[in-house]
Design a protein around this ligand. Structure first.
Ligand SMILES: Cc1ncc(COP(=O)(O)O)c(C=O)c1O
Length: 397
């Protein structure tokens, strides 16, 4: 397969290990292994640690351990372990699904902007891709009428991502139901990239339940990376009809074969403590939202935002006539701050902000951003930026 470069991923790897204040990240501050195991009482933790030390590091059960698939299945309606395939992150789940479900020439509708993979892989397969744009003039909302105009009897797949990376937009339960019914009416499936599941915001609207719960045309993709702060485990999954799971598994034989055994075991542990991990995430996000609200109020002359409705990401609109890539490079090089250029998502004049970082890092990153923007106002015109720059147009991490 010939496929275009994952543009934002390339940009982020230039800076993410260099900067001190990475406030572009799409996940929550990762846990250490100790912090994870400390969710247990000391005696139970010691027992689990001893089990892990004795774990023979052979190949694991190829579709993911029965224990892990059973725990995941229990988070969906009418779902058993045979409906779940554990994958190397949500990225592999998406990759397998797109390759198994789609053929050259198939019509696909995907939300835009999006995690670039869900545009690039259908294009590489040779699909006819139409983009369902999140509307920014309407404070980043999904417009169902736009989707109705795009879906045709030829449509094979609709790809949604809710809560949405990078805008923080959300499909409410009744809206997701409409997407599902529309797909069903033309015999299409819905791939729900639910990487930001379980990430309701304090005071925000409730999340729709996973698209898998709506019926067999709904396929849910999930991950431990974002809601649980465990991206290094590289554990994701897909949940859908058993025959589709079997086909994805058969393709996976050629890609990664099976999850890492230690990672699978730690994922079981993490899911057993899901409530505590989500609570940790909620506390970090609550703190960062307070910091961000204050910052945007204090610096209304420099920048504004649409507060995310859910998830961990939002776009900051800066009030300067400067391309976002140039600004993002400058922030990284001069202030050691990482904010992702909006041009990578088709939103020039914006920077993507992640609200899952360590609150101290988040606050200092924003303080430095304000200093940089204020300094630039002395030399650069206030207003909206000129021509978009070249990181590509889709979402990254
Ligand atoms: C919307 C979305 N889907 C999928 C992924 C892939 O996540 P992972 O492979 O870490 O589970 C990401 C990562 O940023 C994402 O933002």
């Amino acid at each position: 397969m010939k496929i275009e470069t994952f543009a934002l991923e390339r940009w982020m790897t230039t800076y993410e290990t260099q900067v001190e204040y990475d406030i572009a990240e799409s996940g929550i501050l990762p846990l250490t292994t100790r912090e994870l195991l400390d969710l247990e009482s000391p005696s139970e933790r010691d027992r689990i640690l001893s089990d892990l030390l004795h774990l023979r590091l052979g190949y694991s059960e190829a579709p993911g351990s029965l224990a892990l698939r059973s725990l995941l299945a229990a988070t969906y309606r009418d779902t058993g372990p045979e409906h779940v395939l554990v994958t190397t992150g949500a990225i592999e789940a998406n990759f397998l699904l797109l390759n198994v479900l789609l053929d050259p020439g198939d019509h696909v509708v995907a939300v835009a902007p999006a995690y670039q993979q869900v545009h690039s892989v259908p294009r590489a397969i040779g699909c006819d891709l139409d983009l369902w744009h999140v509307r920014d003039e309407d404070s980043f909302r999904f417009d169902l009428q736009d989707l109705e105009r795009l879906v045709t009897p030829r449509t094979r797949l609709i790809i949604v991502n809710t809560p949405h990376n990078p805008t923080g937009a959300l499909l409410r339960a009744e809206e997701l139901r409409q997407v599902y019914d529309l797909a069903a009416s033309v015999g299409a499936d819905v791939l729900g990239d639910e990487a930001y599941r379980w990430l309701e915001l304090p005071g925000g609207p409730p999340l729709a339940s996973p698209v898998r719960n709506l019926g067999d045309r709904g396929i849910s993709v999930g991950t431990l990376s974002k809601p649980f702060g465990l991206p290094g485990l590289r554990i994701g999954w897909l949940a859908g009809p058993a025959d589709l799971v079997a086909r994805c598994w058969a393709m996976r034989d050629y890609v990664s074969l099976s999850p890492g055994k230690l990672n699978d075991a730690l994922a079981v542990f993490a899911l057993t403590h899901r409530g505590r991990l989500i609570e940790r995430t909620r506390l970090i996000v609550e703190r960062n939202l307070e910091i961000a609200d204050r910052w945007f109020a204090e610096h209304a002359d420099l920048a504004s935002w649409t507060r995310p409705r859910a998830g961990l990401l939002a776009l900051m609109r800066y009030h300067l006539d400067m391309p976002s890539l140039a600004l993002a490079n400058r922030l990284a090089e001069e202030q050691s701050v990482m904010l992702a250029p909006g041009s990578a998502f088709g939103f020039e004049g914006h920077l993507r902000l992640g609200i899952g970082q360590d609150p101290a890092v988040f606050a200092e990153g924003l303080a430095r951003t304000a200093r940089c923007l204020a300094g630039l106002r002395e030399t650069v015109r206030v207003g909206s930026p000129g021509s978009p720059s070249a990181v590509g147009t889709a979402s990254g991490q």
